[in-house]
Design a protein around this ligand. Structure first.
Ligand code: PGA
Length: 252
């Protein structure tokens, strides 16, 4: 089963706003036929422990949006991958375009993060995607190849990796990739992963970028789109639930 759904809450929610949303999701996931399929929530770090304990004994899993390589040390403001794992999180995001763009995260750091996270037992969603000018300049495939090859290698633990294709021009803009654009990029990514020695047929490749209830069915119907990393539409139970329904009702 390659299908996977993830909610990236980014820098949203104040204390008190989270439990009502979690309650709605828990109720729905417990009663839905597909509720046992893997769904991961990525809350802001400050709520990580609270969300993990609240979701115990539910089908929903939890991950961190970011983490720093290592165990502990003098890195003011950072939270280590080891601390995240010790808190009971199962997943971490690495390489999100907002981290690359606003926090200048470079390939060497991303590689260290990914390797360290996997060593600590975390599963990683590694995010890649081209900017608008790169797409317009015909560089999409070259950029995807570079982002894959500079961070993943034959030593990557493939059984704890998912990849998210998130075109930067689609993130938070309301403009999603067309189903054909998504399929083309996903198929290319799967080929690249196979070249690196990954069991590419078994790896989840998620689409992210303005996923909404009204585009999810078509995007998820593409054969190489295995799920979604949802930002804005994951902040409300109603929209996240209908995206989940679109995924779990899509063909395998
Ligand atoms: P969006 O964000 O769904 O709000 O476009 C997706 C993401 O950044 O993961």
């Amino acid at each position: 089963m390659r299908k996977l759904l993830a909610a990236n809450w980014k820098m949203h929610f104040y204390p008190g706003e989270i439990k009502p949303l979690l309650n709605e999701l828990i109720t729905h996931w417990k009663k839905a036929e597909w509720g046992a399929h893997p769904t991961v929530l990525f809350p802001p770090m400050i709520y990580l422990r609270e969300v993990i304990s609240y979701l115990q004994d539910t089908p929903l899993q939890v991950g961190a949006q970011n983490g720093y390589p290592g165990e502990f040390g003098a890195f003011t403001g950072e939270v280590s991958m080891a601390q995240i794992a010790a808190c009971g999180a199962q997943w971490v995001l690495v390489g999100h375009s907002e981290r690359r763009q606003y926090f200048s995260e470079n390939p060497t750091l991303l590689r260290n993060k990914l390797v360290d996270a996997q060593q600590r037992g975390l599963q990683v969603i590694y995010c890649i995607g081209e900017t608008l000018s790169q797409r317009q300049g015909g560089e999409t495939f070259a950029v995807l190849r570079q982002q894959i090859e500079e961070v993943l290698s034959k030593d990557t633990k493939w059984n704890s990796l998912a990849v998210a294709y998130e075109p930067v021009w689609a993130i938070g803009t309301g403009i999603n990739a067309t189903p054909d654009q998504a399929q083309e990029a996903h198929a290319f990514i799967r080929t690249l992963l196979a070249e690196l020695g990954a069991p590419a047929d078994r790896l989840s490749i998620l689409y992210g970028g303005s996923l909404k209830p009204d585009n999810a069915v078509e995007i998820f119907s593409q054969p190489d789109v295995d799920g979604g990393l949802v930002g804005g539409a994951s902040l409300r139970a109603e929209t996240f639930i209908s995206i989940a329904e679109a995924l779990w009702n899509s063909p395998d």
